[in-house]
Structure formats: C-alpha cells, structure tokens
Design a protein around this ligand. Structure first.
Ligand code: NOJ
Ligand code: CA
Length: 677
C-alpha cells in the first residue's frame, strides 16, 4: 500500500521556508517484532534513521546523505513523500555452503524522500528488517537534476546507542585487508574496514558491514565523535569516489544484531540481501580440497620465477599430483607455472602471460598425468596489480584453463594499496585502490569471464566479500585477511587470530585461509604459534568450499595419523552451528556434512589454556556415534617444542551427551562423529 503525502501540506510551504516543520516519523518492525527502524525528519529537513532491538536502542538517530563533487549535497531540506511496506518469506538452496537451506524472511519499508529545494531531487531509502538485523540502501531514480552522479562522500552515519568493545582492522593502509584485528573501545575506533564487530556495553553483539557491493566503492567507516561512525568510501583514482549515470543505488548497509557472538555468525542477512543465482546450473563446480606447489615458495625455499629454485617444474608437480592422489585430494594448485615472474613481480605484472607455461612446466603432459590419477590442476593468475593487462587476456587465459579441465583459478593482486594499474582505451593510466569502484567492477568482470568457461574463482588481495557468491556462485573463495602465509614470515599471526577472524572476516563469506601446516614451520625453520591439533581444527572453523591442504608432501609424510582427519573432513555442509565462542578468545563450531550423516566439530582458542563444554544435541537422537577425537596433548603448548603433542582417541557418544574438552595455549581440537549403522 502506498501512503502518499504522509505529512500533508509540507511541499509548498517548506520549499520557500528556511525551517521545516517536523514530520511524523516513519517506522516498521521485522515480521517477528524483534528489530525496528524509524526514519525521522528534523526541523532542518535532515533525515535520520534509528534501529531498536527488542525495544532497546542499538543505533541512535543517525544521519543520511551524500556529498557530490559537482553539485550541492543531499542532506537537508528533505521531506517524506510516501512509504511502502511489504513482507517477504521464502527459502532457497545454496549450491554449496555452510547451510544448504536458507530462509529469507523480512519486512521491507521503502521511504520516499524529496528535496524541498529547487533541485527537488528524489530518492528512496529501503530498509529490510530481519529477526537478526537490518539492511538499508539508497535508491536514486533517473531524474532531470541527476543525469550523472559524482559522489565525493556518502554521509551515512552509524551512531551506536551505547559504547562497547570493537574488533576492527584499519582501512586505507598500504597492506590492504591484511592487518590484524584491533580490540578497542568503540569510542576509540579510528578508520575501520568492515565487517567490524562490536559488543555493546549491555552484551548485545552488532556486526557492521555491507551487502551486494556492485558498481560502487567499498565502504570503510571513520569515527566522527563518541560512538558515531560515518561511511568513508574508498577513493577513485583522482576522480569522485563513485560515478554513476542515470538511476543508481548503493549497496546495502548492514547491521547484524544478536545476543552473542554465535548469533552473529548464524545470520544469513548478508546472503539474503543479494540477488539470487544468475549463473544457473552450477553442477560443474564441486567443493573439495586442494594441495599446492606453494608452501615452499612462501617459505622462501622455492621461487615462482624460473631458475635453479623454480617450484613449478614437471618433476615437482608430478610428485605433488602423486601426493594428492594418494590422499583423495581432487585438485592441485600450481603457482609460478607461467611466464612473467622473472624479476620483481610485486606490483609488476606486465609480463604475466596466463596462456604461456614456462619451459620446465609441460602443462599438457601434467594435465594428462593428473587425469590418470584423478587430480585436476588449479591455475594461478597473479596480476601483480596490472589489472587492465589481465582483462586484456581474459579470454585466452580462461580458455587455456578450461581446455585443460581446470575447475578453479586463483587470482592475485599483489601490489600496495592504491597501486592497481588501470589503463583506459586512450592509453591513459590510473592508479586504483583494490576496493574502489573500478576494481569492484573489475573483480566482477573476472567472475563473469570465468563463468563463461565454467571456472570458479578464488581471489587473493580481493575486494571484500559482500555475499555476491549467492548471485555468482562461481566466486567460491577469497583471501582478504592475514592467512596462513603470515605464519611463515616475521610478525606471525598470534594465537587469538582465528578466534577474531571467525567473528569478523568470516562474516564476509568463504576464506582461502590455507590451513593444515602440520610441520608448524615457516621460513628459516621458524615456529608457527599453533599446536598441531589446532591446524586440524581450522578445517572446520574457517569455512571455504575449496580448502587447501597447504603443507608439503614431505611434511605430511611425517604426520600420518593427524593426516587422516584432513583426508576425512569434507568441504561442503548441510548445516553449521556455532556451539560457543567469544571474539578473540575461542570458538567451537559443529558442521554436518552434505550428503551424509557425519558431523565434524572444530575449536580454536587463544594464548590461554581453557576448557570448553558443549552438548551433542545436534546429533540424531537414538543413534550412536563413533567420535574420532584429535586433541591437544596434556603438555601441548604453542610456545614450546610440545606444540606437536596430540592425542588421537576414539569414543562413543549419543545426542544426550555433553563433551568437555581442554584447549592448550595456542591450541584447538577436531572431532569426526560418524553414526553407527
Ligand atoms: C599472495 C597470496 O596470498 C599467495 O597465496 C600467493 O602465493 C602470492 N601472493 C603470489 O601470488
Ligand atoms: Ca595475500
């Protein structure tokens, strides 16, 4: 139903008057009544929204609006011209994922606004209210005073109603998304990337992020005062932050709200705010594990470039294929297989040719060798930041991969932030941010080009995830965080890293974390700050449909018993339950395999030893399950040579049981639960 002219008599008088009469607020609740939003217009005609949960304020009145580079801003002298409300409830199936079935139930409130100035620009703010949060976006129709739009800044505020503790990583620094999480009072945040997760003073958890980032620049947030954050869009290269022609809309600005950390993880709000699958049947993509000619490069023992230490040689690749085949691993990533790596490739991808193997990598022979053994290769496209150079070879690059039956290609953009190279059709060069509007569009062009060849993409140094894998389910994983590679180098990930990542980065979607370094050794024989049991736990705790078995075959040969868990654990799930967890301290996750009855449980802790208890009530009542438990040895400790101490034991359980497990400092555990026939 359309309620036009909600507050009558505003238009004419207010266009001339400097002050606006206050308008009645517009509001709506989620279908279950938990969440509510209200949009108000103050005496200056400024629009503000607020969000309540169970009647308690979460977001206090927060401003809306835009600055433009060429015309007057939109932020005051606004009036509400109408509203529409509709309810939606539907379930959909994920082709792969952490949950097979997703319910999408919301109430939508559209608030139509119009400037009372001569420009008389109109737009709509659309809210979608879920039981577990709110998404809202701006929609500007095509209109005479806005044929072209040049956004200098989005003025959307998130004014939290209470202070709290925030877990966030800095935005706009040189190393892109690859920073550790800060834990600070919300009132001490500076400029943060999203997702940022906040535990308010009363314990309520809120995750701030965005959904459906398409043809717009990625949003960071900057604290303006107190507990107020404001949108801070990624810049364009010497141009407006966002440019649009005709009608345009923003991504959804999202607030997931729950009682606890587990509740935040259980939300499907981000996926639900994205459009359904545009690619149709995706049966060609099968979730699975992959080995890689990789860790020895990350350790500095092999090189991507040609020469005496070249990793991607026929001999090495054949040995890795043998390893993958012997362990039921269906894919092998090979990096440094192509011409273009010689010299300094960081920030320099001009010589990269993704259809031209080096002379010591016989692609066709290796593909045939793999085929015999049931192992397919994963291609690697490291652009070194030369993004236009990559686009210019999309077709030959993806054809090369498809002709060789690759199912997945891993991309990479290693260059400093704001150093991505774009070239326009006149040959003019620009330096783009990794998450600016042009790169957001570039990444989608990669996905669409790959989809034409039935290839899935695992993007490194990517644009952050905003749920687009619902719409483009060949976008199967991405990095966008400090993954395992940092455990090779100086400044290793601390033990609490993964317990931070689960409740922040993982809200974006699958991560190619590259788990399973059972040797616990990085470059120069340095120690990784983890126990061996924790490395197994990561296969359950950090989700990706393509999950790496990242250590070398030689190292895995030393740990045959723990290796069994890596062989057994699936990468596609019917259902996921976060059983307990506190951000940055610990988390336990249970997942049911898709197409089977087995459950897998993984837990990671931080630098402290702790004990966690959880019920097994997710198991089917009346069935008995054999549990294969991989837990920290009693003397296990990430700080000592006992980091390899592990106990592997079997026990029987039923759904009434409660399990109490100890986690060592820097440790974790992994459990496989198989029902008895
Ligand atoms: C950084 C990526 O994260 C890593 O996985 C890759 O091996 C190197 N870049 C080279 O592309
Ligand atoms: Ca990286």
């Amino acid at each position: 139903m359309k309620l036009k002219n909600l507050v009558l008599g505003l238009g004419v008088t207010l266009a001339a008057a400097p002050l606006h009469a206050q308008q009645a607020p517009v509001s709506a609740t989620s279908p279950d009544g938990t969440m509510s939003v209200e949009l108000t217009i103050d005496g200056d005609g400024r629009a503000a929204y607020s969000v309540n949960r169970k009647g308690k304020p979460i977001i206090a009145p927060s401003k809306l609006g835009f600055l433009f580079t060429d015309v007057a801003k939109v932020d005051r002298r606004l009036s509400v011209t109408g509203q529409e409300v509709r309810d939606f409830d539907e379930s959909w199936t994920q082709p792969w994922g952490e949950w097979a079935e997703i319910r999408n139930r919301y109430r939508e409130l559209k608030v139509h606004l119009k400037e009372t100035t001569a420009l008389a620009r109109v737009f709509t703010v659309t809210f979608r209210l879920y039981e577990d949060g709110v998404g809202f976006r701006y929609e500007f129709p095509d209109q005479p005073n806005m044929a072209e739009t040049k956004i200098a800044e989005e003025l959307t505020e998130f004014s939290f109603a209470q202070d709290g503790t925030a877990w966030w990583k800095p935005a706009f620094l040189w190393n892109r998304e690859e920073y550790l999480y800060n834990k600070t009072p919300l009132s001490a945040v500076s400029t943060a990337a999203t997702p940022a997760t906040i535990k308010l003073a009363d314990g309520t958890h809120v995750a701030l992020h965005e959904a459906a980032l398409v043809d717009y620049s990625s949003m960071a947030v900057t604290r303006t005062e107190g507990t107020t954050l404001r949108a801070n869009l990624t810049p364009g290269a010497g141009e407006p932050k966002v440019q649009k022609a005709g009608a345009w809309k923003t991504p959804w600005r999202t607030l997931i709200v729950a009682d606890d950390a587990a509740g935040i993880y259980h939300s499907h709000l981000m996926l639900n705010l994205n459009e359904p699958n545009k690619l149709g049947n995706l049966s060609w993509f099968k979730p699975g594990k992959f080995a890689g000619v990789w860790w020895n490069m990350i350790k500095g023992e092999w090189t991507w470039a040609r020469g005496p230490k070249h990793g991607a040689t026929n001999e090495n690749v054949k040995r890795y294929i043998d390893f993958a085949a012997a362990n039921g691993i269906p894919h092998l990533l090979v990096e440094g297989w192509n011409v273009g790596w010689d010299g300094d490739w960081f920030g320099n991808g001009h010589d990269m040719d993704f259809a031209k193997p080096t002379e010591d990598f016989d692609a066709d022979m290796l593909v045939a060798y793999g085929k015999k053994k049931g192992v397919r290769l994963i291609g690697h496209h490291e652009t070194g930041g030369a993004a236009t150079h990559y686009e210019n070879q999309f077709d030959k690059a993806f054809k090369f991969a498809a002709d060789r039956d690759y199912m997945v290609v891993k991309t990479g953009y290693v260059t400093d932030a704001a150093q991505m190279e774009r070239e326009d059709s006149d040959g003019k060069k620009y330096r783009e941010w990794h998450e600016g509007q042009w790169m957001v569009n570039h990444q989608l062009r990669v996905i669409e080009a790959a989809a034409k060849y039935k290839i899935a993409i695992d993007s490194h140094e990517p644009v952050k995830g905003t749920g687009l894998h619902r719409t483009y389910p060949n976008w199967v994983a991405r990095e966008g965080m400090r993954g395992m590679e940092y455990n090779s180098w100086g400044g290793k990930n601390p033990p609490e890293h993964e317990a931070n990542v689960v409740f922040t980065r993982m809200l974006e979607g699958p991560m190619d974390f590259t788990p399973g370094i059972l040797s616990l050794k990085g470059e120069k024989d340095s120690d990784i700050l983890s126990t061996i049991a924790k490395q197994l736990a990561l296969y359950v705790v950090i989700y990706s449909p393509v999950q790496m078995v990242a250590d070398t075959p030689e190292n895995y040969a030393k740990y045959p018993e723990p290796m069994k868990f890596i062989r057994d654990v699936p990468t596609d799930w019917q259902e996921t339950r976060v059983l307990n967890g506190e951000i940055g301290d610990y988390v336990t996750i249970a997942r049911k395999e898709r197409g089977g009855e087995g459950w897998y449980v993984g837990a990671v802790g931080d630098e402290e030893a702790r004990t966690v208890s959880f019920k097994l009530d997710f198991l089917t009542p009346g069935k008995r399950y054999k549990a294969e438990i991989y837990r920290d040895g009693d003397d296990a400790d990430y700080r000592t040579e006992k980091r390899h101490s592990i106990v592997i034991e079997s026990k029987m359980f039923v759904s009434d049981d409660t399990l109490t497990m100890r986690i060592a400092p820097g440790g974790g555990f992994a459990i496989r639960l198989v029902p008895l026939k």
